[in-house]
Design a binder for this molecule. Sequence first.
Ligand code: ATP
Ligand code: MG
Length: 594
Amino acid sequence: MDVFKRLWTYVRPYKLQFILTTIVLLAAVGVGMVGPYLTGLLIDRVIRAGELDLLRLLTVGLVTASVVGSVLQYTHGYSFEDLSQKVIYSIRHDMYNHLQQASFSFYDEAHTGELMSRLTGDLEGVRVFMVGGFPMLVSSMVTFVGVTIVLFNMNAKLTLVCLSFSPLLAITAVSFEKKVKQAHSDIRHQMAAFNRFLQENITGIRVVKAFAREKYEIERFRAENSKVYEKNMIAGLLNGRFGPLLEFLSSMSVVALVSYGGWLVMRGEMTVGILVAFNGYLWSLIWPMRQLGMLLNLTGWAISSGQRIFNLLDTNVSMPVKPNAYKPDKVRGDVRFDKVTFKYGGDIVLEDINIDAPAGKKVAIMGATGAGKTSIVNLICRFYDPQKGRVLVDGVDVRDWDLKTLRRNVSVVMQETFLFSDTIANNIAYGNDNASMDEIVAAAKAARAHDFIMEMPQGYDTIVGERGVGLSGGQKQRIAIARALLINAPVLILDDATSNVDMETEHEIQQALKRLMVGRTTFIIAHRISAVKDADEIIVLEKGRIVERGSHDQLLQARGFYYEIFKEQYKDLVAENVAPELVTDDEDEVLWLG
Ligand SMILES: Nc1ncnc2c1ncn2[C@@H]1O[C@H](COP(=O)(O)OP(=O)(O)OP(=O)(O)O)[C@@H](O)[C@H]1O
Ligand SMILES: [Mg+2]
């Protein structure tokens, strides 16, 4: 019931249309009941009693009833379709908005394929009910009541005899429905799993090919495909089994009508015309009973789909925000971590992290893979909340910030580059719709992307494939850097942003960034000494803890973790006994790179 109450909130804006359409539907049912009555009259009064003048009137009546019936049917069919599409449009819109608000943690756990099922199959379940189930429910109920009254008026005994089979018919239809409901729920579960499988597979097709696992995947697909087949077969066979049974029970009513009704006619207790009319009405009574199964089915489908849809809509998936969130006009860009401890759910990923980065400071983070580098910067953008301690931007806890304002003032080049299938220019301007072409080009130049973009067939208007297919890893990264630079935010985060470019390009980007980083608080995550050595503070992270911190020179002198990394990366020079201080000098660096 709750599902229908919720559904009503979406229908309510179109209340008038809904009521009028329902009235038209009822009128159509009413007009449908005229036919058998007129046919009965035609037989009794025209054929048997020879009242020829009535023939024309009855013919006109029958034709009119048919025409009006068709027009009404068309009208409510059209209007229910229209209504259902409008309602589904609003629900789809709300679902998408909801998903856009959802947090990183939500997507960490969600399966794309299943979310897609929710937005497609489940919505279809609700729509089919609105366009088919609901009108069927109303017309069946009204027909059932109306026709039963008419039949009792015609001949009560005959009605009772004919309807004696109907409890059996109804029971069969309902038990059929129960089985079908289970079968359909199985089908939908299987379809969700199937979608998940397909989605993952198509996205990962390159890995499949690279490892020549096509056969294995086809085998896995075959298993999933067979399950879809089996579940559909179960539902199909149920139809095959119950269909003839329902048919048999229905025809028994007709047999009862013809034999008992015929006997009544022969005894002169009933006219042939009434028998024929009775026959017509009986069918319009059997029909809703036979449809009962399908009706309950459609309703069941709508309920289970609706539950899944509204559950998703009701689950609070976004980051909690405070009512009077901090929304400054100008952001300085001070970033501070105050005794931060964080875990995604399981083990502790960051422990007791303290960082003080006043506006303009450059902090570099180094550490082995899985040390927690990305996790640190995730907290600045408030992609996740820490369990202990606080992350402060401009002295305000990020949990007190207006989320949009916070994120607009932090530009991130994420570790995994994602480009949309759109033009290069639009990909660069993704975070800043108002950017002019000049600004886009300037950002691309700073990210050392301009030259290769100009070599592309349509330059900045070249459309890149899904996720940036058609570009090299380094090219994608440079577009991502340009995108981040264009936001012009006081805090800049570069998470392994140059891992895919060669040393020389990295050096060039560093030089360009140097100018851009002036006045910006910057967090650079990198593995190469050359990328971090100029930072004001270098933090070395190990298993979620800061094990070393200081400037390049301080850390070299400390002869600790950083020095070990340095030795590894500059082993030739170290072997030649060149003092580390010498190597770090900018000129030597260029010389060395050259
Ligand atoms: N979304 C997540 N859910 C659960 N655990 C996660 C999630 N992201 C990362 N982790 C775990 O947190 C730890 C730190 O991961 P993080 O991504 O911060 O490492 P990293 O230092 O950035 O590594 P890399 O150099 O490989 O990028 C790892 O053990 C990782 O398995
Ligand atoms: Mg990382």
